[in-house]
Ligand binder design. Structure first.
Ligand code: NAD
Length: 313
């Protein structure tokens, strides 16, 4: 949102603030507190007539999706479909969809995993996020809705919610700074491909700018495009273990305690990293922030945020 505003776009944010926070919304953005499942979403489209939709609203927690698969499907599938339907009706130029690469490939037999690897999701979250990719392809085939799917690895950085069940770096950083016990699910050797948030922002910008010079509906869409042509993995290509992340954060925060190991969570993959060669080739995207630097920036932000919070008490 901030980078689009800085680039001169007029930004409208739709969010039901279920996990999002009002203070994170740029004051230059217009804000609607609307659930994406609500039929009122259409009124927002009617009023604002967006050129682009950059869809991030979701239920993001793998374990919640296992506990509440209906809720997960309602938000992630039906909510997204409502958004796609409105985008078609109001002639959106391009739809960007934040999908997941971390939760749909299952346990791949090679790493880093590329976009051609079969979808073998191990959780309702992986299934719901992937399902929307199919709806988008249908809307492209049937109604010319152009789009891109960005399959994110594990994203981290400032503003991530440290109180949810997802977002291991935010959770660890917050707990270490408060000197609270850090819990590791499983043996800690599970690997994730951690990508700093500014690199993801850049990919979203590149995906939109790809088209922004064209007026609405003048782009002739080639129907020869296949489902996979719209999909881009975003990741560093390298897995880092949760134990390693713990140690790196421990050093940055000067934390003294050992972690508490508890059984692994159902539905979580063991090792995943994403091959983003296609994004590099076709979008001109590449990750620029190394984990050592990204972790320092994240801790710095969490420190500042907790100081601000304490001063407000
Ligand atoms: N963070 C990651 O590592 C990661 C990895 C892969 C994919 N993704 C995807 O990226 C997107 C953003 O994830 P995030 O980590 O920033 O999560 P987040 O929870 O911080 O952001 C999701 C936002 O969606 C809003 N929201 C949830 N349900 C809504 C609804 N029904 N109507 C309107 N708004 C709703 C929340 O209030 C929140 O602001 C999600 O689509 C997620 O699936 C994230």
């Amino acid at each position: 949102m901030d980078c689009f505003i800085n680039k001169g776009y007029e930004v409208v944010v739709v969010d039901n603030l279920s996990t999002g926070k009002r203070e994170n919304i740029n004051s230059k953005a217009k804000f609607y507190n609307v659930d994406i499942q609500n039929p009122l979403l259409e009124d927002v489209f009617d009023k604002e007539r967006p050129d682009f939709v950059d869809h991030h609203a979701a239920q993001i927690c793998v374990s919640k999706s296992i506990r509440e698969p209906l809720f997960d499907a309602q938000v992630n599938i039906l909510g997204s479909l409502n958004l796609i339907k409105c985008s078609k009706k109001y002639n959106v130029k391009k739809f960007i969809y934040a999908s997941t690469g971390g939760a749909i490939y299952g346990e791949p037999n090679y790493l880093p995993c590329d976009e051609t690897y079969p979808v073998e999701a191990l959780s309702p979250y992986g299934v719901s996020k992937h399902t929307v990719e199919h709806y988008l392809y249908l809307y492209y085939i049937n109604y010319d809705l152009d789009y891109k799917v960005l399959r994110y690895s594990n994203i981290y950085g400032p503003r991530q919610d440290p109180y949810g069940e997802a977002g291991v770096i935010a959770i660890f950083a917050e707990r270490m700074l408060k000197n609270d016990k850090v819990i590791i699910n499983g043996d800690g050797n599970q690997e994730r491909d951690f990508l700093y948030v500014s690199d993801v922002v850049k990919a979203n910008l590149l995906s939109i700018e790809d088209f922004s010079h064209l007026p609405v509906r003048t782009k002739k869409i080639s129907k020869e495009k296949k489902f996979g042509d719209f999909i881009y993995n975003l990741g560093t290509g390298k897995g880092i273990s949760v134990n390693r992340i713990f140690m790196m954060l421990k050093e940055i925060t000067h934390y003294k305690l050992d972690p508490l190991y508890v059984p692994p969570k159902t539905g979580e993959v063991y090792k995943i990293s994403l091959n983003a060669e296609k994004a590099r080739r076709e979008l001109g995207w590449e990750p620029t922030v190394y984990s050592s630097e990204g972790l320092k920036k994240t801790v710095k932000w969490f420190k500042k945020a907790s100081l601000k919070f304490n001063n407000q008490l």
